[in-house]
Each structure stands twice: as C-alpha cells, then as structure tokens.
Design a protein around this ligand. Sequence first.
Ligand code: SF4
Ligand code: SF4
Length: 469
Amino acid sequence: MSEKIPVQNVEPETVEFDLYEKRKKIYTRAISGFFQKIRTRALWILMLGYFLTPWINWHDRQGVLFDLPARQFHIFGITFFPQDFFLLAWILIICAFGLFFVTTLFGRVWCGYTCPQTVWTMVFMWIEEKTEGSRNARMKLDKEPMSKRKFLKKFNKHSLWFIFGWLTGLTFVGYFTPIRELLIDLFTYQAHPWAYFWVAFFTGATYLFAGWLREQVCTYMCPYARFQAVMFDPDTMVISYDYNRGEQRGARKRSADHKSKGLGDCIDCNLCVHVCPAGIDIRDGLQYQCIGCALCVDACDSIMDKMGYERGLVSYTTERRLEGKTTHMLRPKVIGYAMSMLVVFTAFFYFASDREALGLDVIRDRNRLFNETPSGMIENIYTVKVINMDQTSHVFLLSVNGLKNMDMIGRTKVTVNAGEVRSVPFSIQVPPTAISKQRNTIYFKVTSQDPDYPIEKVTESRFIGPVSK
Ligand code: SF4
Ligand code: SF4
C-alpha cells in the first residue's frame, strides 16, 4: 500500500511592513561642558553677526547691501558689479575647498558648530526648554491631555518661535533692501508686496526647519551631510565610543570594583543618547545622522567625572587611534585640498588686485540705424554708462573719436559717486563726407578729471551711416 501524504490548503502568510519609519520625537536633555561652551560662543558670534550686520552703516549707506535691482553688491565700502561676479565664483570655490579641507581633518565641525540649521535649532531648543521645561517635563507635558496650563506653555513656545522666525526673515530680506526703510515700510503697509512675501517665507521656513523638522533636515534634506562621507578617511576626527573600554556595559555602584565583575567603563546611563539632537546612540558606532556636535562627549565626560573614571570614553578621535595606531595629519588628501586652496587663493588675489575701478559701457540705440538731421548730418544715439567702482566720487570727462569732425551732443562732464552707475544719453553727429562705409568703428573714452586719481577707460562702439560699399 502506498503511503498518502496529507495535503492542506495553506493560505500564504502576508507580512506587511512600512518602508517609511515614522519619526520618533526627540526630547533632548540640556548639558553643559567644554564643547557645549564652544558651541554657545560660536552661536553668539554668528547670531550677533547675522542680526547686526545689516544695521551697520558705512559712508552714509548700509554697510552690507545686496542691491539686486541695481545689480550692485555693497560690502563695507567695496561695490561689486555684475562684471565682478567671477570673483564671487572664486570665493565660492575657496569656501568649498576650505570646507573639504576642514572636513577631512576634523570631520563634521561645520555641521556641529556653525551650520545655520544647527545654530537656529539650538536657539529654538533653548526657547523650548525655557517655556516647557526640562526633558522629563516636556515628555510628561506631551502625554497630558490639553489643559489651560498645557495650552499656555505651547502658545508661549510657538509665539516665541514665530517672533524669532520673523526677526530672522526680516533680517534676511534686510540684506537685499535697506533694512531701516524696510522695517518702517512693513509696518506702514508701504513695502513692496514681494518684501511681505519674502519676510513671510523666511519666517515660515525658519519656524518649520528649526522648530519642527530639526534633525530631519540633516538626515534627509541636506546634500552636504550625504556626500561628506567621501572626505572621511581613517585619520579623520570623529566622535566615537571606545568600545573596548566601555564594554561590557552595565549599572554598578560608584564604589564597586567593576573590572572584577567583568564590566567596562560604560554605566549604561543613556545620558549620551538623551542629549543627542540626532536621537542616536553613539555606542552603536559612527552613523550618518551624527552631526558631530560633541554633546555626547560632554555628557559622558560628566558621568566619568562622577564615577571617578578617566574622561574620554566618548571622545573626538580617529578610527586609526582606536585601533591603537598613530593618526597622520599630513596625508595626500589633506595636502591636495590645501594646495588647491592655495592655487585658488592666489588666482583670486591676482584677479581682485587687477580689478578695474572704472567701468564704461556704451549702448547704441538700435531702434533706428541712423537719423538725418535738418542740417544734413548723420546722427546715431547712444547711452553711455560710467561705473565708478572707487570708494569716493570723481568727475569724469567723456569724449569720442574714430571719425573726422565728430560732434558729441550731450553732457561731457559728469560727477559719479562712489559705487554709482551714471547713465548719460548722447547723440553723435558726423557729416556724410566723413563716413565711407556703413559700419564704422568709433571709440568712447572716459577720463578722470581728478589729478590724484589718474584713470581712463576706452571702449569700442559702432557708428552706422547710410553709405555701403
Ligand atoms: S552622536 Fe554625539 S556628536 Fe553625534 S549628533 Fe549625537 S550627540 Fe552629537
Ligand atoms: S554617557 Fe557614557 S557611560 Fe553613559 S551610557 Fe553613554 S557612553 Fe555609557
């Protein structure tokens, strides 16, 4: 007899899982220590710099003003025009190499100490702590049902966040439009609709990014956070947990001889996790969410002090040092970035020192090729733009040559203030006998009338006549 194999109708088991992990709210605990002190000082310097700069006047004008409609950037007495924007490109390249250089040596110090997202989030967290209380108090408050007390605390926090966001937005727009007038115009409803829009936009962005999104910006939105890993090598400074020293982790009495019980130096207090703004546990190893703020170092050092252990269980170190090897500061990548920075610096200073302090643009009126005047002269119309990139105003003389018996009709002597672009309309009249072809090259010249400032500039243009051979 053949053996029968029992067959059952089995429904396939469906396992559902989310590809998107829901965000867990991070309740950070405040901590003081060496690195937090540095962060706080950096915060003050950056905040004061950001908020006060647009209020500083320089020679009767806002010191730093990016005047987009006039296409002029004023930075403390130096005015940059569109033709200077290649210098801006050099500055950006220098900054990029500087960032690569610092990141290769010291890891994410930009993220941990100076990035606007980090700095503004620190302020928003400070407001949160002042209005809602400590970490434990905030966790308790969020679990409570809505009450008058909870509503007031939340209202105060969001109002202060909003005010700080508004100040940030106002200041940002104040870099592009004179801030004193902007402030008055905003309150008297005379500001341009775009000014209202941009102030509101940056208020909302600050409130959202520093108040709500926080570490999400670094983890999911910041491209720099992603690509900087390629700059890391085993000699790069990172925040790291000394696994060999810390494990086996576990609670113990302060007086206990933990080594004899097989315990390492980590008492598993989780303080390093509670202070982390990225909500990670540094003991799990280097993670891309870590912004290198070193708060876990301060936290762990405070615990080591309490326990009477040596500091540095969590510390700034390198992968090589953790392996017991020597860290090399000078390495090909670092030297490469330093050399590139030097080359770009040299190029920048060469071009910046070669920058001309006088500009001359000539625009020919293209609506008509030429006019014939009642006296029989051939006339072309021009707009001449004199750009004074010097720090003081000067008187300039305009002249033209290139054809015989040219008559220049318009103001030939003009005063141009520092950083000003002066447009002067001109008509050039030439007797028909002086021109032998349709397109004639002529030269406009602007010459300083100041004996202490001998400078001139020549630019080429065309004079169109009726004769074509
Ligand atoms: S792990 Fe440490 S250094 Fe990294 S973000 Fe958290 S607290 Fe900052
Ligand atoms: S703070 Fe230090 S001792 Fe406490 S859990 Fe973190 S690593 Fe361990």
